[in-house]
Write a protein that binds this ligand. Structure first.
Ligand code: NAI
Ligand code: MG
Length: 372
């Protein structure tokens, strides 16, 4: 029996193209694994009313980890309009399958390394090496949202917060509320993951990115817990920065930072900023990591206008494979793959369209495979 069972979820659009690229590299490294294809994405929302079918959840439960490429998602009205006729009018609501996977498997860490590879013409600077730890299950993505605001929720808020007076007289139809929910444990475990990574990978600092001067209760909790966790790692300095200032510092002096840690929404935003500093979506990979399961993916979406054209840069997907190998403890293979990716970037002969070239997704993947 193979050592690992790994689910492969190509999803929609260029997700299918870059997953093929990943398979070229996986074949070459000959990891002792069985690969199980699994359905996810828009196609399954339209035909089954569920973008993460139960059979996929079962497959994931039987696997060690998963590779996911990208899916399409659309706003509420469009989603409902595209449902198969027999599924319309049943009150089905679209939920992001990625957010659901993160919550179902408690994948609380979103790991997003952003490293400038030598020779990448899209680098903002060549000395950037950032690793963002984004809390992945709570915060503004908890999904506790109201519109219109139900009377009971409204009166509970009014009786507990004098600040609600600012909204007096406004119809509940005209008020929308999204709750930012943090737990002490949620804060502790993401901060601890960041510190552990800094310690094991030789980063001298961890920068906490929040906004405790304004969002006093949630960001405040995160800061207090971070300081406690930080005491367990005396060799690593904890820096605290407000998220707005961080956006500025990341453009001004990105080379000064190493590991960054933040809550779900702020982490999402700064990790896209960090990704663009090292070449953008074609180079940004991520891991959704829990204590027992993990899903690795490029951070880009399905880029529908390039679907099936094999134009997408596969580097982000290949770096996601590298993160998976690291997580599995296949450190030698992970390093070999990163060297292969770095070599192809440094040679500058294989460029997809985003780098101004005409190579296809699969040609670039083959070039990486040839250098392993
Ligand atoms: P996107 O990431 O799909 O594409 C934005 C643009 O970035 C593309 O038009 C393309 O120019 C470029 N790009 C993306 N990946 C690239 C690659 N590998 N190589 C070269 N260029 C690349 O984001 P967009 O257009 O906002 O969303 C398209 C769909 O993807 C939407 O339905 C959205 O909801 C979904 N999405 C899914 C994500 C996921 O599966 N994790 C993440 C982000 C968006
Ligand atoms: Mg994002």
């Amino acid at each position: 029996m193979p050592k690992y069972r790994i689910a492969l979820m190509p999803g929609d659009g260029i997700g299918k193209d870059v997953m093929e690229a990943a398979q070229i590299v996986l074949d070459k490294i000959a990891l002792d694994a069985e690969y199980i294809p699994a359905d996810i994405g828009w196609e399954f929302w339209c035909t089954e009313g569920e973008p993460l079918p139960e059979r996929t959840v079962e497959t994931l439960k039987s696997c060690d980890c998963a590779l996911f490429a990208a899916i399409t998602s659309k706003p509420k009205e469009e989603a409902e309009a595209e449902l198969a006729p027999e599924l319309q009018g049943q009150g089905l609501t679209y939920r992001s399958p990625i957010v659901r996977m993160r919550q179902l498997f408690d994948l609380y860490t979103n790991l997003r390394p952003c490293k400038a590879f030598k020779g990448n013409p899209l680098n903002f600077r060549d000395d950037i090496d950032l690793v963002v730890f984004r809390e992945n299950t709570q915060g503004l993505y908890a999904g506790v949202e109201f519109h219109p605001l139900p009377e009971q929720v409204r009166s509970a808020l009014e009786s507990h917060s004098p600040r609600m007076a600012a909204f007096e007289g406004i119809s509940s139809e005209d008020v929308a509320v999204s709750c930012r929910i943090f737990t002490r444990e949620g804060c502790q475990r993401i901060v601890r993951a960041a510190f552990e990574y800094a310690a094991s990978h030789g980063y001298p600092t961890v920068t906490l990115v929040e906004k405790p001067n304004v969002i006093r209760e949630t960001s405040g909790l995160m800061v207090r817990e971070a300081r406690k966790v930080g005491q367990e790692f005396p060799a690593i300095e904890l820096w605290e920065t407000n998220v707005d200032a961080m956006a500025m510092w990341l453009v001004k002096n990105p080379q000064d930072y190493g590991v960054l840690v933040s809550s779900n929404m702020f982490g999402d935003i700064i990790s896209d900023l960090a990704a663009q500093l090292v070449g953008g979506l074609g180079f940004a990979s991520s891991g959704n990591i829990g204590d027992a399961f993990a899903v690795f993916e490029p951070t880009h979406g399905s880029a529908p206008k390039y679907a099936g054209q094999y134009k997408a840069n596969p580097t982000a997907m290949l770096l996601a494979v590298k993160l998976m190998l690291d997580w599995l403890g296949e450190t030698d293979l992970a390093q070999a793959l990163e060297r292969g990716i770095a070599a192809v970037i440094a040679e500058t002969t294989f460029h997809t369209y985003d780098l101004g070239g005409e190579n296809t997704t699969l040609e670039v993947a083959q070039a990486v495979a040839d250098r392993l």
